[in-house]
Ligand binder design. Structure first.
Ligand SMILES: [Mg+2]
Length: 384
């Protein structure tokens, strides 16, 4: 029997944590267990799971390990533990694929599509800036875009705040035309009354979806918001398991779910969440502003999920100032970006070749990324 014999964790720029797991017969699997801004905390959770449980175990029994890691600690769920499990789960799938000389999607049932559509983030505060950025991405072949709706917003804000959001989306829509999909991320910055008002105002410009119209702790408000708009509603980057998702499926308010393969229990759990979504006629669009291991994990699940709509990815995203998603790969053209799609990796396991020397060099740098804390003009804390 093969055994898990060793592991290493590497915190690397811009804000990622990579896990390398090694087996007694010399196989290596990679995972990306991270919550953005909490890498050190997740690192400790991974160390606890590895040292107290997984070392000396058979890497093949992924489902059993998942159940033990999730249920065996009595307390469960939440971003830290579910991200730790997610990264370990990805590494175990990578090892399994390498053992059977097959890409992970083959082990999960085989491809339900030939390639995966992706969207590209656009930044910029002024309408002219986002319009320009959008036109440039479309010129580069992307057919799906995503932008933030607003900066900070008061719980009840004035007409100018709504107008500003509308101006930005209108400018982008006018620049790129009706054949481009535009996701609009409310980022949990918006209160319920403003979400209703914004959804109504943005509706003429037909976004692909509005994302996190309210924070996940207010998901009970999504039904009310859905009654005010025909724009599809997306959410789920801050939900971590099937049990977190079941209420939003039952609410009927959500059209697109966005579980994160590095936050929601990994490949094993997101495959199950995607299957639940299919039964409710809900599409899958995994959240992924992360690194290449998380992205590869997403693409294998997209490949096998009939309800996959579009994939987030972090190429040139504003967070990646110091390192980008392809920098850590030996085989950088594995995610060839072509006409707004990326290819499904065909090499064994995750299908990516991590440049370990580069990872080790980058891990010597101090990373310690934390998200900004925003305040209203009266000094009170608001959502970022
Ligand atoms: Mg988001």
């Amino acid at each position: 029997m093969s055994e898990i014999v060793d592991y290493d964790l590497y915190e690397v720029p811009p804000r990622w944590l990579f896990l390398r797991v090694e087996t007694s017969d010399g196989l290596v699997g990679w995972g990306e267990p991270v919550v953005e801004g909490r890498a050190a905390t997740v690192r400790t959770a991974v160390e606890e799971l590895m040292d107290n449980y997984l070392l000396r175990k058979d890497p093949a029994r992924i489902e059993d390990h998942w159940q033990t890691m999730y249920r065996g600690g009595f307390y469960r769920g939440g971003p830290v533990l579910m991200s730790a499990i997610a990264g370990i789960d990805q590494a175990l799938w990578d090892i399994k694929g390498k053992r059977f000389d097959a890409p992970i999607h083959e082990l999960l049932g085989g491809r339900a599509r030939d390639r995966v559509r992706v969207y590209q983030w656009i930044g910029g505060d002024r309408p002219s800036e986002v319009g320009e950025a959008a036109a440039e991405k479309v010129e580069n072949g992307f057919t799906g875009l995503k932008m933030n709706a607003t900066s900070e917003l008061r719980r009840v804000d004035n007409p100018a705040a709504v107008d500003n959001a509308v101006d930005r989306l209108r400018e982008v829509r006018e620049r790129v035309g009706p054949e481009i999909d535009i996701g609009v991320d409310f980022h949990g910055r918006v209160s319920k009354p403003m979400a209703k008002r914004l959804a109504e105002a943005l509706e003429p410009y037909e976004p692909m979806f509005i994302e996190e119209p309210v924070l996940s702790e207010h998901n009970d408000a999504l039904g009310d918001i859905a009654r005010h708009t025909t724009i599809p509603i997306a959410t789920g980057e801050r939900l971590y398991s099937r049990w977190d998702f079941k209420e939003i499926f039952e609410s009927g308010a959500v059209d697109v779910i966005q579980p994160d393969l590095s936050h929601a229990g990994g490949i094993t759990e997101v495959k199950k969440i995607a299957a639940m979504a299919e039964a409710y006629d809900v599409a899958l669009a995994p959240h992924c502003p992360l690194g290449p291991i998380a992205l590869a994990s997403c693409v294998h699940v997209d490949a096998i999920s009939p309800n996959a709509l579009i994939q987030e990815q972090s190429l040139n995203i504003h967070y990646n100032e110091t390192s980008d998603v392809l920098d850590y790969l030996e085989n950088r053209n594995v995610f060839r970006y072509d006409d707004g799609y990326i290819e499904i990796p065909t090499d064994p396991g995750l299908g990516i070749d991590i440049d370990q020397e580069y990872v080790e060099r980058q891990a010597e740098k101090t990373v310690n990324w934390h998200n900004p804390v925003w305040r209203n003009d009266d000094g009170s804390v608001t959502e970022w």
